[in-house]
Design a protein around this ligand. Structure first.
Ligand code: LLP
Length: 441
């Protein structure tokens, strides 16, 4: 069983006496220490994946920044680990910015995103000396300029470009088609860069684009950069010879949720990007820009798995359910995007599958099913069930639906474990409860 799932497990996953270990720690020890569900990140895997981006860009002559997209999973401990490797951070809200600052990420390695940034967010970013604010709309440029002026700081910006291309992924995570809420069309981007050029308080560094997420092919990057070369030439003319200093190609590289999926490597994505820049851009006489990438999922996605405790099992018509003690509150991706996952029984990791089970969560929704038809040995109440590839957009999108406390998130390495986020307590669920006796009947 385990060997079949090796392509989707964290790097250090191993079986010792039939039991799944990650980072040298037994699944049962983690469940005992943190209760279940628990999300377990393999530090070695995170580091290897992060380094593969750094290494892929190391030879790019115009400089680069790998800004981890912290929406994939954000905690101070995780950001520190990545910052130690030289990564920056992409933040998309005041809270994500706050986490990056708490983690001690230098401002010049932070990139701020958002299609509707508030004044407060922009003020906080300017005050923190954020390296790049990615402007997403004409009104935002005006607001940001006034904030930078008031703060007496020159703010470097990128303009988010909507290239109007279709990519193959779930429609909720495709961002580059014409009707998307993100970015501005090329003509508007030119206008915004010209406006920024004319301002003493904005430094127009270049453009940003993000094509979509969970991309399993490098072709979208090739298509968009080939198109962009033509536009960059026109832009240079419009700006009186001024060139793009930085090009941010966003994130989007997919991972394997299923053992059959074969995503490209960061090196392959970077090779595609640099090949087009090195040919089309050079041919057009364009200066090579500094490259910024914003990988999220491809750094943390396969680095983690979630451990659940099996509860009751049940047959419903043709469907055999195995119920676990988490669900859509710790991983909403199956309900949101029909995302597919695999599972294994952590203490019988080598046992062969004997049938297919639907892994159901605890929530009061028929749709709260984490996996349909998971091949498994017959699960027994009390056993641990592991779902691999839950490191991206699971903990970060967790909710407390049904007043279920959020799971602990743990980092494992060399036989040791430490919490990144501790398990939420029931009493913490009441912290926001503003009971108002005066409104009672
Ligand atoms: N940069 C920008 C501007 C983005 O909007 C995103 C993701 C990224 C970088 C990182 O993309 P990644 O490398 O992780 O694909 N909740 C969805 C994914 C939403 C992605 C949003 N933006 C999911 O669970 O699939």
């Amino acid at each position: 069983m385990l060997s079949d799932l090796a392509p989707i497990l964290p790097d250090t996953a191993a079986v010792v006496d039939g039991e799944l270990h990650v980072g040298g720690v037994a699944a049962s020890a983690l469940a005992a220490a943190y209760a279940t569900p628990v999300i377990v990140y393999d530090a070695a895997h995170v580091e290897r994946a992060a380094r593969s981006w750094i290494d892929a860009l190391a030879d790019w002559p115009a400089g680069s920044l790998v800004a981890y997209a912290s929406k994939a999973f954000s905690s101070v401990g995780m950001l520190r680990l990545l910052a130690d490797l030289g990564l920056g951070v992409d933040v998309a809200s005041h809270g994500e910015l706050g986490t990056a600052l708490r983690a001690g990420i230098p401002g010049d390695r932070i990139v701020l995103h958002g299609n509707n940034k508030s004044r407060v967010e922009l003020e906080a970013a300017v005050a923190a000396g954020v390296g790049l604010v990615v402007v997403d709309a004409p009104q935002e440029l005006v607001l940001l300029e006034s904030i930078a002026r008031a703060a007496g700081r020159v703010q470097p910006i990128l303009v988010r470009l909507n290239p109007d291309i279709e990519v193959e992924t779930h429609r909720y995570i495709s961002t580059s088609h014409g009707g998307s809420k993100f970015g501005v069309p090329a003509g508007v981007a030119t206008e915004l860069l010209l406006q920024a050029d004319a301002s003493d308080w904005l430094e127009a560094e270049g453009v940003h684009l993000h094509l979509g997420s969970q991309l399993l092919d490098t072709d979208p990057w090739r298509r968009v950069l080939e198109w962009l070369a033509g536009w960059a030439v026109e832009l240079r003319t419009a700006r009186g010879g001024r060139e793009l200093q930085s090009l941010d190609v966003g994130g989007g590289l997919g991972i394997a949720y299923l053992e059959t999926q074969r995503p490209p490597t960061p090196a392959q994505v970077v090779a595609t990007v640099t090949e087009v820049l090195g040919s089309q851009w050079r041919d057009a006489g364009l200066q090579l820009p500094r490259l910024v990438v914003e990988p999220g999922r491809s750094i943390v996605g396969q680095a983690a798995l979630t451990l659940y405790r099996v509860g009751v099992t049940k047959d419903a018509g043709d469907i055999r359910y195995v119920n676990v003690d988490g669900g859509m509150s710790d991983n909403p991706r199956p309900v949101l995007y029909q995302a597919q996952y695999r599972a294994l029984l952590a203490e019988r990791a080598e046992d062969a599958a004997t049938g297919a089970w639907w892994v159901a969560g605890v929530h009061c929704e028929s749709g709260d099913v984490l996996i349909e038809d998971a091949p498994l040995p017959e699960p027994r109440p009390g056993e641990l069930l592991a779902i691999p590839a839950t490191g991206a957009y699971a903990a970060s999108m967790a909710s407390t639906y049904n007043m279920v406390p959020r799971a602990a998130v743990v980092l494992v390495r060399d036989g040791e474990h430490r919490p990144l986020l501790r398990r939420e307590r029931i009493d913490e669920l009441f912290v926001r409860d503003a009971d108002a006796p005066e409104f009672r009947a």
